[in-house]
Design a protein. Structure first.
Ligand code: BEZ
Length: 211
């Protein structure tokens, strides 16, 4: 059984390109992203790590620490980072775990044997400051993830955590958000001074509170 939303993200110690880390200590009070890649020196993975590095400032602004993983060894990671920097016109500064013994891959169920016996799939976990799993994504090796979507879901998760609102389909930063069912319309009117638009008793919108 893999990890489910609301579970505590398992703690671990690991060797990374930025030295040995202890996962929960590394996260501290930040949000976190732990994401796996099938293998070093592969094309899709190269673009994914490059894109993540290019978006480093966006992750920093949202108080998110990023941690990548593949089951290849540390010296291979280090050589590959040079290629990522060169080809993707960036500098990778986040740690990449060298999970040679597949310890972390096992804890997070990142190897799906019917896809590959040896390599991790593209798993991604968003972890909250409470160390609980807030979101999981699983993509096959052949499809690169959309890191703007990852930022979008972090924005949504942080809005829910801070303001008790949800976000509708295809929501984008700056658009109206949804009042969660647990908040009555009476309370919502007090809580959201920018106004509450009631479409149905269960479908209520308010302007994004932190804009
Ligand atoms: C890639 O990262 O390009 C990749 C890795 C494994 C299988 C297919 C593609």
């Amino acid at each position: 059984m893999g990890l489910r939303l609301g579970d505590i993200a398992p703690d671990f110690k690991a060797i990374t390109t930025e030295g040995e880390i202890s996962f929960h200590e590394y996260l501290g009070n930040s949000w976190g992203i732990l994401f796996s890649h099938p293998a070093d020196y592969t094309p899709v993975c190269t673009t994914e790590l490059g894109k993540t590095a290019l978006l480093a400032e966006e992750f920093r602004k949202r108080n998110v620490k990023v941690l990548a993983l593949s089951v290849d060894p540390l010296d291979k990671h280090k050589g590959w980072v040079n290629d990522i920097n060169e080809t993707q016109h960036t500098e990778v500064h986040f740690p990449i775990i060298a999970d040679e013994d597949k310890h972390v891959a096992g804890l997070y169920d990142m190897i799906h044997p019917n896809a590959s016996e040896t390599f991790t799939v593209r798993s991604l976990f968003v972890i909250g400051p409470d160390k609980k799993v807030k979101l999981t994504l699983t993509y096959p090796a052949s499809t690169g993830r959309n890191f703007h979507e990852v930022l979008r879901v972090i924005d949504s998760l942080q809005l829910t955590a801070n303001y008790s609102v949800a976000t509708p389909a295809d929501w984008k930063e700056g658009e109206d958000v949804i009042v969660v069912p647990a908040v009555s319309t009476e309370d919502a009117i007090k809580k959201f001074p920018k106004g509450v638009r009631v479409v149905k008793p269960y479908l209520r919108y308010t302007p994004q509170p932190n804009k």
